[in-house]
Design a protein around this ligand. Sequence first.
Ligand SMILES: Nc1ncnc2c1ncn2[C@@H]1O[C@H](COP(=O)(O)OP(=O)(O)OP(=O)(O)O)[C@@H](O)[C@H]1O
Length: 584
Amino acid sequence: MLAEQAPERHIFRRVLPYLRPHRAVLARTLLVVLGCAGTVAATPPLIGRAADAIVARDRGALTVTVAALAVVVVAQIALARWSELMLLRAGERVVRDLRDQAVHRLAHAPLRFLEAHRSGDLLRRTTGEVTELAQFVRRDLPNLVVITATLLLTTVTLLVYSWLLTLVVAVVFVPPALVALRTFQRGAEAAFGGQAAAEATVAATHGETLVARELLQTSGALPSWLDRVRRENGHVVTKARRTARVEVNLELVSLIEGVALAVLLGLGSWMAASGRLSIGAVVVFVLASRTLFEGLGDGSQLVGELQIARTGLARLLDLLESPGSRPITAPTSAPSKTRILPPRGELRVERATFGYLDGTPVLRGIDLSFPPGDRVAIVGVTGSGKTTLGKLLCGLYPPDAGRVTYCGTDLRELSGPALSRVVALVPQTVHILTGTVADNLALVPGSPGRAEIAAAVDRLGLRAWADGLPDGLDTRVGVRGERLSAGERQLIGLARAALIDPAVLVLDEATADIDPVTAGWAERALGELCGDRTLIVIAHRPATVELFPRVIRVADGTVTERKAPPWHIQTAWSASSNTPSRRA
Ligand SMILES: Nc1ncnc2c1ncn2[C@@H]1O[C@H](COP(=O)(O)OP(=O)(O)OP(=O)(O)O)[C@@H](O)[C@H]1O
């Protein structure tokens, strides 16, 4: 399970593998950044040298120093722009890769993992938080890297000019500044993490509001649901206030800077007056200290942004590193692409046991065999595990123990398209994406063209149904198919199956009421679709069960079989006939 507030420990070490492919460009970028920081750090010594030249009335030294200063300033502007662009490019590449990997991971994550998480939360990890990370890279990362490098080089400059004054800065002022920063960081970790988690919760609940809108309205649960949304929204405000309070700590750093500069100026003047330091050195020291504190101040402000990016990155890495989200991999296996399976064959379930996340087995030690062309109904009371068995047969869930094979090949060894060519599922509620009917029919391996789609519709006898739609196959189905009835969804599911041409078809009969006309279309389409393939129907209606020669009953996690009387075998959707024929 993914944590709401993802652990942020060792985040740099954890992100290293994702930086590795870009190490060459990152190394070049770092060099340019160091060059830029070098020019910033070189400015105070040059000004100090100019001050000494003025005091010594050395015109030649002054001219050379001013010219060098001009070169350094121009180089600084050029390098700053260059380093910014390089950092931006390198950072964007890393973020793009992370986004690709997260999307890929979710697209291939086991169904069980997706079901265990709220889709809003997963969505935020792969979109909202990646966007925040990208914004950080665009807006703040260049400054943060340049400031860090400048701080390092400035400290070296200070040490070179006066170790005594550096000691004063290091012992008297830097520790309280660091304590203030650390206090901020400690509070920030919890505050920003809490705020991100609260925002993710609101996003997830909001996502569910949209998906379950109809249910909420019809069940009358909408007011209490909206109360929940309001409560969660209030929680976000509380967390945001905490974040603001934590940010106030940053003001302390500015205060310490002011006091430190005043003290340094006084001390430096006294040392210059007593001849222990040149005027130029005092100038260098004051300017470099200012750069140091400015860097600390700017850097600490960016630390807030860094914290937000860290939180988002941690949540993204949490997803990428989660063992549960890892795609199901073949236990033995040569790659499935190279394996050619017969177009029709036996589907077997061997000692399969399966339970959802809570660990209670829904199915235990199931053994079943479906020879080619078999016609089977799966029955059982609600919640007995019929749908679960259907999903196991389709390879959507891998069994916890045992295996499901097609012609001896474990379904886990097959890639998505290869698997769907072996066994296709038409679920109770067929998933429809926003677009047209044709767009939805094309959602099968190989992305069939218009002619293939039209041919499949004709083959299933659905031409008249399609022509009856407002714009035929170009009819828009609304958001996630909201304009389609449950029956029409099943018709689309059956037409998709026809385009895939699987060896085994598993149909989870729709439990929603389907009008008799659409039910007629569906029955005819199924009859045309059966052909010589294996048909397994998860049957919810007694009338459907009656059509099948073989009935598997699921109860108490196990299965029992009943063979129908011989006359059934002649009259159900016969493997030798393409048309359904009800009992005479
Ligand atoms: N995604 C899931 N996560 C956790 N438990 C689940 C999940 N899906 C189903 N279950 C549980 O597994 C058991 C079997 O469910 P399943 O949907 O397979 O039953 P079913 O026989 O198909 O029911 P129905 O006839 O109502 O569709 C039930 O106790 C159900 O609560």
